[in-house]
Design a protein around this ligand. Structure first.
Ligand code: BT5
Length: 342
């Protein structure tokens, strides 16, 4: 793994390059002299030049205007802490962002950082993952340059039994973000898939470190296929899959999508901490493709069939079985039977 761009999530300092991008962006089109930038950032003019070059190496277009200074032209669509943080107006989620070009799994990196004390709301993002993880030890395809692989560290003061509710918050956040940057209509499939046109475009992996009564931290893993091309999907995926680009016909700006996602999650999480699960649950049900449908839930060799009546406080699916008995299902893979036998 290469070093994260923000090496110390606990330092609380905004990196100079990020502050420089913020200055440029505050007055678009303006030519800044080296001296002006140096004074604002409290560094020498030579240091300004070095930081400008570092930004250029990361894909920023910054013009040198002879005898006058620097003019900001373009920002790259790369998921760096600098690019994502600029203009992000969340209260808690993503106030600190750790970004890496490549890591094994953002969930594992987030776990390591949380164990070292990374605070509530720290977001970990990687351009590619060498060991992206799905549920039950499955693999998550994570090619570089196209998608979003992100993990959010949360430290809610609540009992561990409530932690599965957070997966529902992240599903709703993904759905809101998809709607805000594309004309697509996302639907949620219990427990952790987001589908567009019946194809899986995102998956969620919620992991936790806890004791009997206390959550140490939760890591919400979110993988969204943004600009993945057809040939990047391997054969034999568990569910038919796609990306937002393939479904909408237009390339998605990854930075814009990620900011929309973090903003949605921030709003949902604040509301959740203040008022509880009810409003996220209602929105989840409205967006769910299983509510009121006849489904089969399989887990290993076991399968249960019934009509979905909702979700319980612990995230369990409430099934009304054919024999009238209602059952709570905690985990499994859902097949919608109405689709198979209309
Ligand atoms: C999931 O698991 O859907 C959870 C995926 C979570 C991924 C994020 S990325 C950021 C964070 N860091 C991580 O390491 N993980 C999280 P599950 O329901 O078990 O689905 C996994 C199955 O989906 C695999 O066995 C494949 O068949 C299929 N699959 C793999 N990669 C995919 C992709 N990119 N898009 C759609 N389907 C995929």
């Amino acid at each position: 793994m290469r070093e994260p761009v923000t090496p110390d999530p606990g330092s609380g300092k905004t990196p100079i390059e990020q502050r420089m991008v913020e200055l440029f962006r505050a007055e678009e089109g303006k030519v800044f002299s080296g001296e002006e930038l140096g004074n604002a950032l409290k560094v020498s003019r030579t240091a300004v030049w070095k930081h400008v070059n570092k930004l250029r190496a990361r894909g920023y277009g910054i013009e040198s205007v002879p005898a006058r200074g620097y003019r900001f032209l373009t920002a790259p669509d790369t998921l760096t802490a600098t690019e994502l943080s600029t203009g992000l107006r969340t209260g808690r989620i993503g106030r600190r962002i750790v970004s890496a070009d490549e890591t094994d799994s953002t969930n594992l990196l987030a776990f390591r950082l949380a164990e070292k004390g990374a605070e509530d709301g720290v977001v970990v993002i990687a351009d590619s993952q060498t060991g992206g993880r799905g549920r039950l030890g499955r693999r998550w395809e994570s090619p570089g340059g196209v998608n979003l692989y992100c993990s959010v560290i949360l430290r809610p003061a609540m009992p561990p039994v409530r932690a599965p509710q957070l997966t529902f918050l992240s599903a709703v956040a993904v759905a809101r973000a998809v709607e805000s940057v594309t004309p697509l209509c996302p639907r949620i499939k219990w427990p952790n898939d987001i589908l567009v046109n019946g194809l899986k475009i995102a998956g969620l992996l919620n992991e936790m470190s806890s004791e009997t009564d206390t959550i140490h931290f939760v890591v919400l893993g979110i993988g969204v296929n943004l600009n993945m091309k057809k040939e990047q999907f391997p054969e034999g995926l568990r569910y038919p899959a796609s990306s937002l680009m393939l479904e909408s016909g237009a390339c998605v700006n990854r930075v814009e999508f990620t900011r929309a996602l973090l903003t949605a999650l921030d709003t949902l999480y604040e509301d959740y901490l203040e008022h509880g699960f009810a409003s996220a649950r209602n929105e989840w049900l409205r967006r769910s493709m299983v509510q009121g449908r006849r489904v089969r839930v399989s887990s290993g060799d076991e399968a249960t069939e019934g009509i979905v009546g909702g979700i319980d406080d612990d995230g369990a699916l409430l099934l009304q079985r054919g024999d009238g008995v209602s059952e709570r299902v905690l985990a499994g893979d859902v097949t919608i039977l109405d689709d198979l036998h209309p």
